[in-house]
Design a protein around this ligand. Sequence first.
Ligand code: PFF
Length: 451
Amino acid sequence: IASPSSSNEERQGFSSRIGFILAAAGSAIGLGNIWGFPTQAAQNGGGAFLLIYLIMVFILAYPMLVAELTIGRLSQKNPIAALRNLSDNPTAKNFASLSGILGVCALSLILSFYAIVAGWLVSFMLEPIFSLLGMNAIADWLTGFSTSRNLVMMLVIMLLTIRVVQDGVSAGIERWSKRLMPALLILLVLLSVYILCQPGAMEGLELYLIPNFSQINADLMVSAMGQAFFSLSLGVTGMMVYGSYLAKKENLPATAAMVAGLDTFVAILAGLLIIPAMFVAQKNGVTIYAEDGSLLSSDTLVFTVLPAMFNTMGSVGPFIAIGFFTLLTIAAITSTISMLESPVNMACEQFNQPRKKMSWLTGGVITLISTIIVFNFGSLFGLVITITTVYAQPALAMVFGLLLMWVLRRDRLLKELQQGNPEIESSLFWKIWPWYVKFICPVMILVVFFN
Ligand code: PFF
């Protein structure tokens, strides 16, 4: 589905529907699913959180995902050009550009902290190998918190990400998504089955699947909403750029439903792995509760509790540990790839430059930002996460939705969606979605802000 672009290179898209679905699901499925969702669920009433999360994905995140993909596919251009394309009015165009620039900046910042965390996962994946080889000094360096470790492993992630993105959408992103996503699913299922067979697992399963409705409150709803936005990669142009590579003949709402469905499925499955694993760890003598009776923080659970449990599992322990951190690393890398694609595509098209050069240049700038965070970890790391995921993502997702529904002419929107689904005008989706994104979603997002 090549289409002309402002760049002198041919603009290439995904070569198949499944390629798009796996790449977009690769973007969505990340640390948010395998680490964030299960630990949040465990801390917020288990099944109650799961239930509210499912509602949030369905009523809020999915409609916004269709909106973002539609903006991209309408113009088949980079996010800034795509947002400008929504209106003919110069003021609206400038406002749209600004929101696009902010989105790309927020996304670059997300990549700059995400690459650090992904680096830790690679460290923990390599550690059992070095331990088995008796190279204990390296193993200790890998799992100890140090600026040098954080820097080196972040560089590894950034180099891998740039390598994939420089090869383009079908030869780089799509090819790797098709390899990594099935591997991720297989690993997740195998590990879940193994953990569920261990003593103590059923206690975790109970906490996860039996909802404790008394825990549902405003805070829980806010957490679930934020989690849904982060998980579906909304508000920061990552999905918009993937939408711009989707063929016109594809049914957009149905394809987006597949992506959201896969993302949610993996989050639920990850809950079946992580929450029981915490209780298996407890059975094996590892502390999982803090002194005040609450569960330990999510990073302690992943980097202290679970490795401690792997250590109690005898000779299979190191292999389970390698499998577990490989799973997290794969999930992280398919997400970092999607984060780099948007700024790279924008730089290529806006400045009419070749992809390879822009991949290294843009990736280099983001690596520099990440390096600054590594050296000022205490003051910057948490701050960048809060600014991007708590504020920028919901705010910008709301702006993108509003631009699509209030600025774009309704007949153009309908025509766009009819290309992949000629009957859409009479569907329930078309009756609800436009006014829903226009009125309801912004109100719900504002409610989050006031909380
Ligand atoms: N959705 C990813 C996760 O759940 O970890 C994170 C993410 C990817 C956020 C891509 C934003 C983005 F553009």
